[in-house]
Design a binder for this molecule. Structure first.
Ligand code: LIP
Length: 266
């Protein structure tokens, strides 16, 4: 399989869907929003974007199955599987906030092969493929070289699952606030993890996220020389719902802090 050529085609598909998101945002109304569960929103834009992407990916690789956030297509154990978030950062989007993006990954049962994340707001395309490197608009990406947590610029995200996650989030903020270079959250797992790959962030973490939120960006961190594990430190993370992505140097300390206060039920 020519992953480089496939990545170029997937970038085109992601950019096409990103243009759709940006165009629809101009006339978007809050009455278009449904609540899948408490504080977890979806709109016709998520669903239409997913239909667009699934149709184009199906033409590109007819034998592949799908894992998609809005469940418009299925995975029946095929050798190849697309993992698609048609609009990552939905809550930002419905409030006319940023960032938001399109995330598309290709995987087998065992490993990630290709990842593309397109941000239509900054017109930035993050992409890469297994053993082929990670790129931002054609420029090779490398993770940062920050080695001390006290100098780190990192992202601590807060998922919808506040009851289960509150103890972890509070522990991390109590342990890190005022003791590191800076803490941010942005509401888009895909872009936050891409920023680790690009060296814009030194570490990122979140639990209770979907495979579609992180699959593409996690591969880019690995290809950019970083490390990705689940909250327990397992490198085999591709079916998990809790992710730590770092430049590698900061991974042990951040994973230890998380392990001190794992989310309830984990
Ligand atoms: C979002 C993630 C974000 C998380 C939100 C939500 P969505 O994905 O990107 O990191 O904090 O709870 O899961 O729903 O916008 O595709």
């Amino acid at each position: 399989m020519d992953l480089a050529s496939l990545a170029a085609n997937v970038c085109r598909i992601a950019m096409n869907a990103g243009s759709f998101l940006k165009e629809e945002r101009k006339t978007f109304r809050r009455e278009n929003v449904e609540e899948k569960r408490a504080h977890d929103y979806v709109s016709y834009v998520d669903k239409e974007s997913e239909k667009l992407i699934v149709a184009e990916l199906s033409a590109l690789l007819p034998e592949a199955g799908f894992i998609t956030e809005e469940d418009s297509a299925v995975y029946r154990g095929e050798p190849y599987c697309w993992v698609v978030d048609p609009l990552d950062g939905t809550t930002n989007y419905i409030h006319d906030n940023t960032p938001y993006c399109v995330s598309i990954a290709l995987r087998t049962k065992e490993e990630l092969l290709l990842g593309v994340v397109y941000d239509p707001c900054r017109d930035e395309c993050f992409y890469g493929w297994k053993d082929g490197g990670a790129y931002l608009d054609g420029e090779r990406m490398r993770v940062s070289d920050v080695r001390q947590l006290e100098n780190a610029f990192l992202m601590i995200e807060l998922p919808y699952n506040s009851n289960e996650y509150a103890r972890t989030g509070e522990h991390l903020l109590h342990s890190l606030y005022g003791k590191v270079g800076g803490i941010r959250m942005n509401g888009s797992a895909a872009l936050g993890i891409c920023y680790v790959a690009a060296g814009r962030l030194d570490a990122w973490e979140e639990a209770f996220i979907g495979k579609w939120d992180y699959a593409a960006a996690a591969l880019l961190v690995l290809e950019a020389g970083g490390r990705v594990t689940d909250f327990y430190g397992n490198d085999n993370f591709i079916d998990t719902h809790h992710i730590i992505a770092t430049n590698g140097h900061l991974h042990p300390e951040l994973q230890t802090l998380i392990r001190e206060a794992l989310p309830l039920g984990m």
